[in-house]
Design a protein around this ligand. Structure first.
Ligand code: HEC
Length: 154
């Protein structure tokens, strides 16, 4: 029964996070992270956090307790990767559906009128679900947003 509900939760998570298209940045350990951490939820789930090596160690043991499987070598690489890419000093994710106009301007390198256009569109049409939804917003230079897609959180 316990296993069943965990599976259901995993399926829900995959559904919820599956649409988020924030790619994990390339680097040593990227492939292991996608393989080991992408089984239950999207591996990009990891990109929602910023923490120290100890913090990442704790998150990984939590995942192992929940059934995550991998070799010691894989976990070592995942830990190095997460600490390097998502350590405490790494820039925080930009929550495209929650960030204020000023936060979008600073975080995405937009002009004031571009960030205002994003917020206006979001208010009128509802939340962005994928990067493609942002592509169609009139009045913005999409290339600026695309360049920072690894930091975007939907
Ligand atoms: C066996 C399935 C499974 C695997 C494999 C897995 N996770 Fe998770 N993960 C979960 C579940 C279930 C939750 C939600 C649990 C909760 O909210 O307490 C979660 C939540 C998270 C969260 C959100 C914060 C938190 O602590 O709840 C992060 C970050 C995370 N996982 C990272 C990882 C990383 C990194 C890996 C690879 C080492 C990984 N996960 C592998 C099942 C898994």
């Amino acid at each position: 029964m316990r296993n069943f509900s965990l599976l259901a939760l995993c399926a829900t998570l995959t559904f919820l996070t599956g649409t988020a298209k924030a790619d994990l940045p390339p680097g040593v350990g990227h492939d292991e992270t996608v393989k080991v951490c992408g089984k239950c939820h999207s591996p990009e789930q990891a990109a929602s956090m910023r923490q120290t090596r100890t913090g990442w160690e704790e998150t990984i043991s939590k995942m192992v307790n929940m059934g995550s499987e991998g070799t010691d070598e894989e976990y070592e690489r995942v830990l190095d990767y997460l600490t390097k890419q998502f350590g405490p000093e790494a820039p925080k994710p930009i929550e495209i559906n929650k960030a204020s106009s000023i936060e979008l301007e600073a975080g995405l390198g937009l002009t004031r009128s571009e960030s205002a256009a994003l917020v206006k569109y979001r208010t009128e049409k509802g939340e962005f679900k994928t990067l493609d939804d942002v592509k169609v917003v009139p009045g913005i230079d999409f290339k600026k947003v695309e360049a920072r897609k690894a930091r975007l959180k939907f």
